[in-house]
Write a protein that binds this ligand. Structure first.
Ligand SMILES: [Zn+2]
Length: 371
């Protein structure tokens, strides 16, 4: 019942969104045949009845595969095998430097993303292939390494501790308020000292999780993973996992940013992905490198979740591989970015990419291939 209802609501909202021209390319309005719209109206009737009478699930009519495909707007050229950028930030502060973005430039980045059809998703959702980005938009992932105080800083104001409006979280919250459909979220990769201000660590971590952000692991002592054996790897990851667990007993840390982008020796990769330290187990679903290009779609056979590419969110020393280099290539259609079909239960791809589709990641989602 719930699933059918969700799909119907989704169908309906897609149709309505199309009619209102909510899609990014307003100049290409949705050209739906009359009968599709009529079907949408019928669905609306059905929902009203259901709500009034609270009928059991069995009486709901499941939308057919054809209904679902018809709800996808191909004029937006959905391409769910296009690239997704995982942006790598470190500090956010007054001055711009190699490993610090200025607050003003960070605001510039966010404004660019919003105005150019990017919408945020969490790294955890990416790793699960759960992408519910609005139709026609491109998912983008924000990550912050090292857990610096300027990522999440509290300042005193009128005798109270409040969020610093120029720290990373302060600016993200500003954009969350300004653009509710930006879907603001980010992953913060922490070591042993989350965001300085030790007395507020517990409060900050809980606030982040309650407000739609994620916490990732950046290891205990920031060593190169390639130099560690299986036991050392488990100490490095497991100890941070346990520290975060103390603050957040119900939150599972599932992502890892590799210090210096250093991957473990191949025979030890399994200990990075699954391990145990002092009786507590950890399990990593996404492990991040440092550079140098956009990640593939999670549905692409080329994606390696144990070594995901990131793009440096900087304009200094980026060797033509910084965020704005790739933004420009997408603007000029020189690379293909992921364009969502708007339905998380459907993977829509152009036929030319069919051979790259990873059916293990697709799972029980519907595949829609178009020419
Ligand atoms: Zn680091």
């Amino acid at each position: 019942m719930k699933k059918a209802f969700v799909i119907i609501v989704l169908l309906l909202s897609l149709l309505l969104a199309g009619c209102r021209g909510a899609a990014p390319s307003a100049e290409t309005p949705l050209d739906k045949p009359e009968d599709t719209v009529a079907a949408g109206e019928q669905e609306e009737e059905t929902i009203r009845e259901t709500e009034e009478e609270n009928k059991p699930a069995e009486e709901e009519k499941e939308p057919t595969e054809e209904d679902i495909k018809a709800s996808i707007d191909l004029t937006l050229y959905p391409n769910e095998l296009g690239e997704i950028m995982i942006l790598m930030y470190h500090g956010i502060g007054r001055e711009e430097s190699t490993w610090q973005r200025s607050s003003d430039n960070f605001r510039k980045d966010l404004e660019y993303m919003y105005q150019n059809g990017y919408r945020m998703i969490s790294l955890n959702d990416y790793a699960r292939g759960e992408i519910s980005t609005d139709p026609g938009y491109t998912p983008i992932i924000l990550t912050f390494d090292d857990g610096r105080q300027n990522n999440f800083n509290l300042i005193e104001k009128n005798g109270e501790m409040v969020l610093d409006p120029d720290c990373a979280v302060g600016i993200l919250e500003e954009f969350k308020e300004k653009y509710p459909d930006f879907n603001v979220t980010a992953s913060f990769f922490l070591g042993t000292n989350p965001f300085g201000q030790a007395e507020y660590a517990e409060e900050k971590l809980n606030w982040l999780v309650e407000n739609g952000y994620d916490i990732g692991n950046h290891t205990y002592s920031h060593k190169k993973m390639e130099e560690l054996n299986s036991e050392e790897i488990q100490i490095e990851i497991g100890s941070v996992n346990n520290i975060i667990k103390e603050y957040l007993p119900d939150y599972a840390v599932e992502t890892l940013a590799l210090p210096h982008g250093s991957n473990p020796k191949e025979e030890f990769t399994e200990y990075m992905l699954e391990g145990e330290y002092q009786g507590e187990r950890y399990s990593i679903i996404a492990s991040l490198d440092v550079g140098w290009r956009p990640a593939y779609s999670p549905f692409d056979i080329l994606t390696d979740f144990s070594s995901l590419y990131r793009v440096r969110a900087s304009e200094i020393n980026v060797d033509n591989c910084g965020m704005y280099d790739y933004f420009k290539l997408y603007e000029e259609n020189k690379r293909e970015r992921f364009i969502s079909d708007g339905n998380p239960d459907v993977v829509t791809i152009p036929k030319r990419h069919e051979e790259y589709l990873n059916m293990d990641m697709v799972g029980d989602k519907l595949v829609y291939i178009y020419e």
